[in-house]
Design a protein around this ligand. Sequence first.
Ligand code: G4P
Length: 534
Amino acid sequence: MLDTASNRPELPSEIARRRTFAIISHPDAGKTTLTEKFLLYGGAIQMAGQVRAKGEARRTRSDFMQMEKDRGISVSASAMSFDYGTFRFNLVDTPGHSDFSEDTYRTLTAVDAAVMVIDGAKGVESQTQKLFEVCRLRDLPILTFCNKMDRESREIFDIIDEIQENLAIDVTPASWPIGVGRDFVGTYDILHDRLELMDRADRNKVAESIEINGLDDPKLAEHVPAHLLETFLEELEMARELLPALDRQALLDGTMTPIWFGSAINSFGVKELMDGIANFGPEPQVQVAQPRDIAPEEKKVAGFVFKVQANMDPKHRDRVAFVRMASGHFKRGMKLTHVRTKKPMAISNPVLFLASDRELAEEAWAGDIIGIPNHGQLRIGDTLTEGEALRVSGIPSFAPELLQSVRAGDPLKSKHLEKALMQFAEEGAAKVFKPSVGSGFIVGVVGPLQFEVLASRIEMEYGLPVRFEQSQFTSARWVAGDKQAIDKFTAANSQHIAHDHDGDIVYLTRLKWDIDRVERDYPDLKLTSTKEMM
Ligand code: G4P
């Protein structure tokens, strides 16, 4: 099935055919358009426009609110499964805005690869850089799509240099563009020696593909205008000399990225990219866990929660935990062990997310993403197994960078507020701290937009207007150390101590200097800015 060697040859074919990945990009580079074309070629939607019409996370505040209102829709776009040839693609959506980076980070723990989309006119933009660095932390294989080649773009060698330098990764061209801007006629598929010609008249038409037998093949001159041919041949020769050839192992190690050039809106280059994901992208990989790692080919089922989405339907207060299957062959109705609480859970209504719909998942294999509706038992970082006490690790929670106190508009409803806040904390949408002195809550987020989204969700989902106000605290750190040292520290600093929603102790600072002071005065303690979720 694969035309390249597998790095996990022992995988059953059902698992080996799965490709689970996310798309990372800077807003406007074309992620939505590309996703839509993926779904189109995967047969998951019938016509272009369906994804866009549903409104992927748009950039303005009001659009975010709207997105939150359309939760059913934005959620069904959180994970999408579709077949491509003999492959099963699981595309996991990453929130586009930088304010949601923690959520993005966790999403990236659930995939085996990322597709990085860049705009040919802009190159590596700030958000691409940030997301890339997150991928790098996990050595995630990355495939690159340079989009919007139908418009004026930057020099191709400049774009490649920029990726190599800014992202410190080797780049290998999988295709090479012919002409730029208005003159762009298509690409040369370096991996298969084919000429791909773009049809400007029909955006949904797949490119015409012409086999080429070496660069002296007269067919090249028949199809490529003479004024473009010479430059193209020169560039291709230079590219072959200066840039490394595709090495699948280096791609799998995350040290080399193949780059395809195309135009998502013109459906151009998309199939080649999909073929690349299928043929060179990784199969489901080993998940790092404690006390031992989980291999996808293991017979027994294991999976972990990387995202929780609550109140998809506010009338029912439902919650869906998104579970990445780590091993085995799951069948609907199975009883799995919820490792954190050691309780059995019958998984009777798991859902599979198809592009525009969700349906009952009768089965799932390692690599798949399923949704498990639940009443709050499942939290981010939880592992489900067939009995063994395994915990998938590496799903962190970051200390918030912004803190505000929150008050219910109606003081009689403070119990409701507590419930709502706990719910968002479990969903991972915010950190909620209960100070040990005084009443009320401190809410922590990574980006300011999250306060607005939270306020709007609390009002919408709980009918409770709230006010966020300036807090006296500026940052938070988890406190670790032996019990005696912690007790002594918390007793002496009670004004600064709070508990998070898991009951873990947190030190709230007023000044950056506070942290240095604690570290100096309490050498037995550790203040940490990340905590593993489990
Ligand atoms: P995003 O999800 O990464 O934010 O990007 P999105 O797909 O929404 O694309 C951003 C804009 O770029 C859209 O235009 C889209 O039509 C356009 N675009 C995407 N791919 C290409 C391409 O290959 N070539 C060209 N020329 N444009 C492309 P818009 O004006 O913001 O939206 P719309 O009016 O087209 O809906």
